[in-house]
Design a protein around this ligand. Structure first.
Ligand SMILES: Cc1cc2nc3c(=O)[nH]c(=O)nc-3n(C[C@H](O)[C@H](O)[C@H](O)COP(=O)(O)OP(=O)(O)OC[C@H]3O[C@@H](n4cnc5c(N)ncnc54)[C@H](O)[C@@H]3O)c2cc1C
Length: 422
């Protein structure tokens, strides 16, 4: 992609052609993840759209003038006017293609996309999931000089990247911000030489053939696959939850608590996550009501004591949510008193749901053997029932799901694979 600076901007961007501009930074993992996607799209669309990049730190005045606040940010121009939506963060190839449609027309984009040639990459090991389990397996395999591709539908880091503070990861005297811990894990594995394919759409997985197709175009053929796809937050499954997800209902305090400065929130749940995250939210919110289905908390004693001593937190035990609604810009949750069956409503500025996690397994069909709770069964080397397929971390059947247990699994699988094919 051609690089320009703010002096060239008017001539190159504002003079009446179709242009895609990538504001990038150095030492920016999402920018690195984006670069190959832009290159492959330039090869397809380069005749119709100018692909340009601008170094954000070196062109601060222009970035400020355009309101570009993070890297990478993609801007799209047609006839000198900015069009389409801006893209930032872990940008997927499919999202860029979507934004090209208003500029080139849907049919033209579809026609050009059909001309792309499928590509095949051969690897010894393909890892699905770049959380602590997958990253650790990637590190060990890389250090054993095993050719490994690490695939993630998001940016690397997994659940740790959205955990506010981690205080139980050995080697650090002070609690570590989750984003920093996961950033360091990811950079360590990447620096070793593991190939990354992150913020991609995993379009097909064939565990028996050991093939993974990403973005509908690139197939990774591996000798071994490690499933490290972790878990996602459970949904309550009541009316209004889907509708207001991201618009009043959140599953991530690290991501969203900052928007509730001096506001009132409701937290649903009573386990460790709910109680620890409520404590974090209380740094911002003025009042937190924890709604829990049982008559006591399930969180560990330390977390409980902290929550009970927090003057901003109150508790509604033996209540379950039945529906979410909106009243103006307020969120309303209808709760049932499980003892009296009486229904009441709680009105707040936002709702956080922390009621446990479920394994991310949708891609893997029904050949893989699961335990009674739906997690992947493995042997002590992390082998699943499918030959050459391993499972590590939270997605596997186990009693305790922590960063340390995920990295232990990743270590074990990587060493077992190294013994087999190293
Ligand atoms: C709110 C919260 C707070 C926590 N706090 C702590 C703590 O303080 N200390 C502690 O030790 N543990 C904590 N945990 C638990 C810890 O985060 C997990 O045990 C750990 O992250 C598990 O690592 P993992 O690699 O198995 O999976 P994850 O961290 O879940 O990572 C899985 C990765 O797989 C990716 N993925 C999902 N589906 C696919 C797919 N189809 N293809 C490719 N990639 C995919 C995801 O994008 C993700 O990056 C916390 C968890 C939560 C939810």
């Amino acid at each position: 992609m051609r690089e320009i600076n703010e002096i060239d901007f008017e001539k190159e961007v504002l003079t009446g052609t179709n242009v895609l501009v990538d504001f990038y930074s150095t030492e920016c993992p999402p920018c690195e993840a984006l670069a190959p996607k832009l290159e492959s799209l330039e090869a397809l669309f380069g005749q119709e759209i100018k692909f340009l990049k601008i170094f954000r730190q070196g062109n601060r005045d222009l970035a400020d003038k355009l309101g570009v606040k993070s890297s990478p940010t993609l801007l799209f121009y047609q006839d000198g006017e900015e069009v389409s939506g801006r893209l930032t963060g872990g940008i997927k190839r499919a999202e860029i293609v979507r934004e090209l449609k208003p500029i080139l027309g849907k049919e033209r984009v579809t026609k050009i996309m059909k001309t792309q040639k499928p590509t095949v990459v051969h690897a010894d090991v393909a890892i699905l999931g770049a959380g602590p389990g997958g990253l650790t397996a990637g590190l060990y395999l890389c250090q054993a000089r095993i050719n490994t591709v690490l695939v993630d539908i998001a940016l690397p880091g997994g659940n740790v990247s959205t955990t506010h503070m981690v205080s139980n990861y050995p080697g650090f005297i002070e609690p570590q911000p989750g984003y920093l811990l996961s950033h360091n894990m990811s950079e360590q594995t990447k620096r070793c030489g593991t190939t990354y394919r992150v913020a991609v759409d995993v379009t097909h997985v064939d565990l028996e053939k050991k093939e993974i197709t990403i973005d509908g175009q690139e197939t990774i053929k591996a000798k071994r696959i490690i499933i490290a796809t972790g878990t996602s937050p459970n949904r309550i499954g009541i009316p209004g939850e889907q509708e207001f997800k991201g618009q009043g209902i959140s599953y991530c305090a690290t991501c969203d608590a900052k928007y509730f400065h001096d506001k009132e929130v409701v937290v649903i749940g009573g386990g460790n996550s709910a109680i620890e995250e409520a404590d974090f939210i209380s740094k911002f919110a003025s009042k937190i009501t924890i709604v829990h289905q049982f008559d006591q908390l399930q969180a560990n004693k330390t977390a409980q004591e902290k929550a009970f001593a927090n003057p901003k937190i109150s508790f509604l035990f033996s209540h379950e949510p039945r529906a979410f609604k909106k009243a103006g810009d307020k969120m309303v949750v209808e709760v049932e008193d499980l003892k009296t069956k009486e229904l009441k409503t709680l009105t707040s500025d936002g709702i956080f749901v922390f009621i446990g996690q479920k394994p991310n397994l949708e891609m893997f069909g029904n050949l893989i053997e699961l335990d009674q709770w739906g997690y992947i069964k493995t042997d002590e080397d992390m082998r699943t029932n499918i030959g050459g397929v391993f499972a590590v971390g939270d997605v596997g059947s186990k009693k305790y799901r922590q960063i340390t247990t995920a990295i232990a699994d990743g270590t074990i699988a990587a060493i077992a694979i190294t013994r087999e094919i190293g």
